[in-house]
Structures are given as C-alpha cells and as structure tokens.
Design a protein around this ligand. Structure first.
Ligand code: SR1
Ligand code: MG
Length: 390
C-alpha cells in the first residue's frame, strides 16, 4: 500500500490492521504531537483499560511543515536505537509493541501517566534523587554496549554502517554546531540579547572551538547515541510507588561521541537552573550535573571488567572517561547557545516573565563551557563558573 500519513481518524483502523487491537472495542484517539519533528497519537479503549501510543515520522519537520522536507526514514533510526537499548537498559525506555517501516510508525507504550521532565521542571518541581542518576546510567549502558569495549568488532562495524543518519546528523551539525555562530535565517533571539548574539558571531576563538566539537561530532564513532537527550526526551513519574525514568525519542541516534548525549542533558539541566534562579525556585538543580556524571562514570566503570578487548587497559578507561567529560562540557555549551540564539528555543527561558537576564547568564555559561572545557576538570570547577556569572 505504501507510506500514508496517518490522521486521527485512521488510527483505530491502523491499529486493528496491524494486529495491535482486536475488533469490537471502542478506540478513542487524540493527537498529542509536541516535539519539533513528528506526530504522536494516543489511542485508548472507551473503558480506559487499554491504551497505546502511535508515533509517525512525517516527510518534513513538523513544526516547519513541507517547506523543510525531511526523510521519514529517521523513524528507522529510532526503531534501531530502541532495539539496542532494549538489550541493555529495557527499564529506561518505553515498551515498543511494533515498528512499521512502510509507514515509519512506531506503536509503543502510552506514557501519559508520566510527565515530560521539562514540563515538570518548568512547573517548579525538583528533579528528585533518581532522574539524573538514571539518565547518566542510560548513557553508560547504551554507550558501553555499543562501543568497541562492549560489542565485537565486526558487529560494531555493521552497527556503525546501519546507523548512518546523514539528514539528522546534518540538522545537528547545522543548528547546534555552526549556525548560531554565523548569520543564518534559522537564528533568532530576544532583542535584549542583540549584543551577545553579535559578540558570539564575531568571536573567532569561540568559532574555532565549536569547529573542533563539530568535527568530533562528525568523525568520532565511539558508541550509539540517543542523539537528542534533552529534558523533553525524558519522562518521569511514579508507578507502584517506584520512581520511573523513561528516555524516549531517539530518532537522532547514530554512532558518535558519547559526550554529545551527556552534554545535551547537562545543558538542559543548567538552563533549568537559570530558570529556577530567575523565579526564586532553586531546589536541587545545582546537583544534577554531578549526579548524572557520577552515575555515568560508576556504571561505565562497573561494566569495564566485562570489556571484550583487554588491550584497552585499566589506565585507558581513565583517559577515555576524561575525554568524554571534556567533550560533554563542550557540547553542553553548544546546546545552551543554540537554544538561545539559534533554532528551537527552550520554554524554560521563553516562558519567563523577562527571559533576558537568565538567557544572558546561560549564554555566558555556554561560551565558558566551550572555550574552557579543557581546564574545567571537575564538577566543582563547573559549579564555580555558574556561580561566577553576573
Ligand atoms: C529541525 S529540528 C530542531 C531540533 O529539534 C530536535 O528536537 C533536535 O533538538 C533538533 O536540533
Ligand atoms: Mg525529539
């Protein structure tokens, strides 16, 4: 039949055709699309006892429409990533009920009983003790398993080839890792940031450091990444009295530098901290970089003795993790900058009564993280930069 764009009214028939739902029960559907890229529908039985989510990739960027075409094959990357994570961290992703490559559609667990982390933070809630730790563990578990430490060499070469995702990587190479530092039609910012936007475009040292991070992003095939691990890609909540953290939306997945995933998480955590500072609602924000890094490092070191290639000795893991730390800081800086003067801004800042003071602090922090990443050797050094901002 070929690819067809699903509308709300198509979903009941689609779920039945695909064998996800039997005949006879009433199916109620609502569209809950939220991210920049795709459509999401929630289907539930009339009596509320059963529900599923259907996510479909459109042939364009959803928020831009057909003027920004984008291959729906990104859904293949998402399905592949879920397959890999399911092997090593099944408790940290939604249950996947099926992938339909013809329609680029995933049928998955309805997580609407949980809350998007960004939404929760924007409402003034704290992270709680588990969110960043589970997120750091997620990065360690996925990256170790899909690195040359955790995966046989030939299998990994096949994974690298299968995970090549030129269009999605190009989005990141453009909107995160170059456009904010040049004149580009995608860029926009609050007029109260005119001076900093101009200063960043004229800063040749900053540009060279971003070029270095961009080239690493393009060439460093360390492990399979989530590829877009911001606070809108994580859901949190309670189920049966247990704290639940679910990472979703890995459509930007490809084999790249591990620090990109950690860096995105850190950037979003640091921006949420600036929002809370501006509103006077600071709680556990300042702990999140440390909690995620410590959990990442502990889990990676826990897995290290299981490595497949013992030529990578114990001293090497120290060096590897140091490099991941440094690159994570740099990528955190680039994510902060693009979310303020580039494309796809953050509601953390845009919904503040006056976004300018917090945005200025965040921009200055982003630049420091990029240009001083080599000398910021630990969590306390980063904290000192945050506290030194004016
Ligand atoms: C055109 S897409 C813009 C952004 O949305 C996604 O969530 C990624 O963060 C991407 O950079
Ligand atoms: Mg997304």
């Amino acid at each position: 039949m070929g690819y067809r764009i699903l509308e709300t009214d198509d979903i009941p028939g689609y779920l039945r055709e695909r064998g996800h739902w039997g005949d006879g029960t009433d199916i109620r559907v609502r569209e809950v699309s939220d991210g920049n890229m795709n459509r999401v529908f929630l289907a539930s039985s009339g009596d509320g006892t059963r529900s599923l989510a259907v996510k479909q990739a459109l042939p364009w960027v959803r928020v831009a429409g057909p003027s920004w075409p984008m291959s729906p094959e990104r859904a293949d990357a998402e399905a592949r990533a879920y397959d890999q994570v399911a092997k090593v961290a099944p408790d940290k992703i939604p249950a996947i009920h099926g992938y339909d490559p013809e329609n680029y559609a995933l049928v998955m667990e309805d997580m609407s009983d949980l809350e998007v982390l960004r939404t929760r933070l924007n409402e003034g809630e704290p992270y709680g003790p588990h969110t960043s730790a589970r997120s750091g563990e997620f990065v360690a578990q996925l990256s170790f398993a899909t690195s040359d430490f955790g995966m046989p060499s030939a299998e990994r070469k096949a994974l690298i080839a299968a995970s090549v995702s030129p269009e999605l990587c190009k989005i990141t190479e453009d909107v995160v890792l170059s456009e904010p530092y040049i004149e580009h039609e995608h860029n926009h910012w609050h007029e109260g940031l005119d001076d900093l936007a101009a200063e960043f475009r004229a800063d040749t040292r900053l540009r060279t450091e971003v070029a270095d991070l961009r080239h690493t992003f393009m060439t460093s095939a360390q492990a399979l990444l989530h590829g877009d691990l911001h606070t809108g890609s994580i859901m949190v909540g309670e189920r049966e009295s247990a704290h639940v953290v679910r990472v979703f939306d890995p459509e930007f997945s490809f084999v790249g530098p591990v620090g990109y995933d950690l860096g995105l998480y850190w950037a979003n955590a640091l921006v949420s901290q600036e929002r809370a500072r501006a509103l006077g609602t600071l709680s556990d924000h300042a702990d999140q970089l440390r909690l995620s890094w410590e959990a990442f490092e502990a889990e990676f070191r826990r897995l290290w003795p299981t490595r497949l290639d013992a030529f990578f000795d114990d001293a090497y893991v120290d060096r590897f993790l140091r490099r991941v730390w440094t690159e994570s800081l740099g990528y955190a800086g680039t994510e902060i900058v693009r979310r303020i003067i580039g494309f796809a801004h953050l509601t953390d800042l845009t919904t503040l009564p006056d976004p300018v003071p917090a945005s200025r602090r965040a921009l200055l922090l982003g630049r420091e993280l990029i240009v001083r990443r080599e000398e910021l050797s630990d969590v306390d050094a980063v904290r000192a930069v945050v506290e030194s901002l004016t």
